[in-house]
Design a protein around this ligand. Sequence first.
Ligand code: TRP
Ligand code: SF4
Length: 432
Amino acid sequence: MNVKLDPWSSTNVEDYSKLFEEFGIMPFDDLYSRIEDPHRLMRRKVIFGHRSYDRVLDAIQNKRPFAVMSGFMPSGRIHLGHKMVMEEIIWHQQKGADAFVGIADREAYSVRGASWKKCRDTGINEYILSLIALGFEPHGHIYFQSDSNNVKDLSFELGSKVNYSELSAIYGFTGETSVSHMVSAVTQSADILHPQLEEYGGPKPTVVPVGADQDPHIRLTRGLGHKMNMFKIEGREDKNGKHYFSIRSKAAPREALEELADQIPGGTKLFEGHLDVLDAEDFEELIRMIRDVELRYGGYAFIPPAATYHRFMSGLQGGKMSSSTPESHIALLDEPKEGAKKIKRAKTGGRISLEEQKKLGGEPDKCSVYELLLFHLIEDDQELSQIYEECVTGQRNCGSCKNLAAEKMEKFLKDHQEKRELARERLDEYLL
Ligand code: TRP
Ligand code: SF4
C-alpha cells in the first residue's frame, strides 16, 4: 500500500512550490521552529510561505513594536476563508501586534458597484461582528477606507509612484477600467503601509496574512514602500574586495545626507547624491540612524511589509470554493443545521464501496471533510493525526467523519452566531 503518513497534507503544499521558485516566496518551514506556540494553521502547514516574516518574528521575540494588517471587501458573505485570515490577525494581536483591519468599501464601491449604504451594512453585519466574535480586541483598529484620511491621503501619494502600465500588468487593467478602480488598488497599498505612519508610532515591521493569490498586491506594496523612501542602501565592494555601504539619496534634501555623514561613526565619504559608509560595524544601527534622519526630514522610512501565505480550502463539492456558490462553502451566517447538512453532502476522499475503503484506505488529502477538520474543527493535533491514520489504513468510514464534522460545525456556528450578537452590543468600543 502506497500511503503517505502526513496528516498535514504536505502534498498540497508541494503544488505551491512554483511560488517559491518563480516569485521568491520563502517556505514557512524555515522559520517555523522559531515560533512560540504556533497557531493551528501554522502547525498544519496551511500557512506555507512568507516574505520577510523573520523581521516580524524578531519583533515578537524582542518585544518591539510591530503590526498586523488585512482588509476585507464588504461584498458577499463572510465564510470560513475569511475566518482563517481573521484568526491570523487575532493571533498576532495576542502576540503584541498593533492590529489593523480595513473594510475595503472604496474597493467594493468601485469594483463591485456596491452602494455606500450596502458597504456599511455588509462591513458591520458580516465582517466586523464576526471579527469581534472571534476575539479581536478593542485596542486594535477597525476602519472603513472611506473614513480614513490617513489611508486616503497616503493612497494619493502612492499613486504618484505607480503608473497605468504597472497596474495593468498586475491587475489586468485595460482602457475600460475606471479610474476609481485604479484608485482602489493604491488604496489597498495605503491600507498596508499606513500602520507605519507617525500617528501610529512610525516605521515598524507589518505582516499581512493573505492567500497565495494575493502576492502581486504584496509585491506592488513592497515596491511602493521602497519608492517612497528618501534613501536607498546598497551593499558594495571596493577594488580590493572590501565591503561597504552606499547610501543613495533619492529625494532627500542635501542637509539630510550631510547630517547622516556627521552622525555615522567611522569612515564616511560624502558625494553629490550619495554617502559611502566604509566601515559600518552595526548594520541594524546604521539602518536606524538613516530612518531617524529620514523621519526628521519628513520622509516615511517605510519597512517593506511582510506577508504570510496560506493555501485555500477546496470547495465542499470538490473543485474550487466560490463565494457565489453557497453549496461550495460554509458561511459564518449559515443556519447551523444548514451548515451541518452541507457537510453531509460534501465530497470526501472515500472509495466507491466500503470494501474498497477497507482494502485501499481513503484519501484524506483529497477530502473536503478532512480539510474542514484540519483547517477549522479540530484543535488537537493528536486527534487529527489519528483520524488521518485511520483513514489511510482503511479503518475509518466517511460517515463517521461527516458526523463528527457536521456536529462540530453546527456547534461552532451556533456559538459563533451567539457571540456575534454580544459583539453587536459592544460595537461602539470598536468603531469611533
Ligand atoms: N483586496 C482585498 C480583497 O479583495 C481586500 C483588501 C483591501 C486587503 N485592503 C487590503 C487585503 C489590505 C489585505 C490587505 O479581499
Ligand atoms: Fe475523508 Fe474521513 Fe472519508 Fe477519510 S474517512 S476520506 S478523512 S471522510
